[in-house]
Structures are given as C-alpha cells and as structure tokens.
Ligand binder design. Structure first.
Ligand code: GUN
Length: 294
C-alpha cells in the first residue's frame, strides 16, 4: 500500500524556471545571451539522451546552446585543444563535457582544463574546493537539485541523519559535503556508504534522509529503509524490457513499490531528480552569464 508522498521534480523544476524568467529578461535587456557549449564524445545512447534533454530545455527557454559531437576515437589532445578554444569563446558562459568519456581520455585532465568561471557542472577542483570550504561556487547540478527538492517540500536536513549511498564525484561526494556544512541546507549528520561498505542496509536503515546514488538498478529495497524516511533516488538505469517499444525501461536505484510502502517521501524515477539536474544546469549557466551584468 502506497504511503509515501512523491516529491515531484516536475513541480520543483517548473518553479525554478518560473523564478529564472526575470533573470533571463534582465540579461537580455543588457544584450547578454546566456550560452552553453556541450561536448559529447562517442555515441553512448544514455549520454545522447541526457544531452538532448539539456539542450532542448535551453531551446525552450530561448537560451543559446551548441552541442559539439565527436567520435569515440577523438584524442585527448584534440579534446583539450577544443576546451581551450571554448574557454576563450565569449558566446559561451558555460562549458559542459558529458561524462563518461571514452577510456583513453583522462576525465580529470579534461575537467581541469575547463575555465573555473565556465564550470557550470561544478566538477572542477576549484569549484569543489570552494564548495567544501563553504564558499560560493558552482554547485554540481544533481546535488544542487536534490537540495532544491528538499527545500521546496520543507524537508529540513539540520540535525537529521542523512545517509548517502555512493561516493561519485558527480553526486555522492558533493552531496555528502554540502549536507554536512554549517549552512541552511546542511547541518546533517552524514554517513557515506559505497561499494566497500559492509552491510549497507544496516546503515541505510538508520537514515532519516536516504540518498541512493549507486547506479545499481533497484538495489535499495524495503530492507534499507526506515519507516517514515525521505528517500531520494538519483539512479537512472536502463533495464531490458521486451514489452516496451524501445526494448528497455528506466528504473532508479530504489525499489519504488517497497519504498512507497515504507517511506514518507520518495522522488520518482523518472520525474524526480533527473529533471532537477537539467534545471540546475540552466540556473548555473544563468549565474555564469550574470557576472557580465553592469
Ligand atoms: N554524466 C552523468 N551525469 C552528468 C552530469 O551531471 N554532467 C555531466 N557533464 N556528465 C554527466
């Protein structure tokens, strides 16, 4: 029996876009057109789909974006040269390199090459260092989106036990830092679980707020969830499903029916955190462009 309230990424992202309208108008009044360059290397179908949803949103809002597509055998030097060019191209206020990159390209080198003032993904060590020290910075889009959902629905983090399952640089690491900061959206007691954690369910079951960011389809079942918890499902996993036209369906890291029966709050997949990642990318790009306002 469903018990949990669904935390709608559609509702929260709509509120974000509505708030951004005035900021976009102000930029346009000063002839600043916020621009995003997206680099997509290779032909991973999931990455292509993520990039499409990002650039479509820019289009819908009348914002400028350009997707630069390259074959999977592009060299690291070619990619670094392209980033250097984009760093100096004033049409672009933000640069996003869609991850993962092909194995022969060092992701770290590529991320380091992006000018920190254009790092709208918040992956650069300058951005992460500012974030970790509680200073203003670009906050990576998925963690920022999670905080925005909690804020929208009035779910406080202060004093709560927040358990993050996953320690990726994109989600687990930054969200664990953010929520433990002495800040409005922080002050949680944070536990980070990962692939080497023994008995993850024992930790997860202690969470008032559980963030599932493992990339493991439906791994977080009812045994991981404390009754009344708030469960944030970050997973976007494609699992084979011959009954679907595309041959697959999307599931989260959380077993939704079991979570719905136990938790008080759950973000749906799709329609939850994924929509917020796009909204926060738009917000970060607007923020990058606003540095040029008089
Ligand atoms: N791959 C998975 N999530 C993301 C993201 O938020 N940004 C980029 N650049 N790549 C990703």
């Amino acid at each position: 029996m469903a018990k949990a309230k669904l935390l709608s990424g559609k509702e929260v992202s709509a509120a974000v876009y509505s708030d951004l309208e005035q900021r976009i108008a102000r930029l346009k009044a000063q002839h600043i057109s916020p621009g995003l360059a997206v680099i997509l290397v290779g032909d991973d179908p999931a990455s292509q789909s993520y990039v499409r949803s990002k650039t479509r949103r820019f289009e819908k809002l009348g914002l400028f974006s350009e997707t630069l597509r390259y074959p999977a055998d592009m060299t690291e030097d070619e990619l670094l040269a392209k980033i250097s060019e984009l760093n100096n191209d004033n049409r672009f206020h933000g640069i996003l390199v869609q991850l993962p990159l092909p194995a022969h390209i060092a992701e770290e080198k590529v991320i380091f090459a992006i000018a920190p003032e254009k790092d709208v993904d918040g992956f650069h060590p300058v951005s992460l260092g500012l974030l970790a020290s509680g200073n203003p910075s670009f906050i990576s889009c998925t963690p920022k989106g999670i905080l925005r959902i909690l804020d929208h629905y009035g779910i406080e983090t202060g004093g709560k036990h927040l358990v993050v399952c996953g320690r990726s640089n994109i989600v687990g690491r930054p969200i664990s830092i953010l929520t433990s900061l002495k800040a409005d959206f922080g002050n949680a007691t944070v536990t980070v679980c990962h692939s080497r954690t023994q008995n993850m369910a024992d930790f997860a079951r202690q969470a008032d707020i559980l963030i599932a960011a493992l990339g493991q389809p439906e791994m977080i079942n009812g045994d991981f969830i404390k009754p009344g918890a708030c469960v944030i499902d970050v997973g976007i996993n494609r699992v084979p499903d011959p009954t679907r036209e595309k041959g697959y369906r999307i599931v989260g890291d959380v077993k939704a029916d079991e979570a719905l029966a136990k938790a008080d709050y759950l973000t749906p997949v799709p329609g939850g955190v994924g929509l917020m990642t796009v909204a926060m990318l738009v917000e970060n790009t607007i923020e990058a462009a606003e540095k040029y306002l008089n």
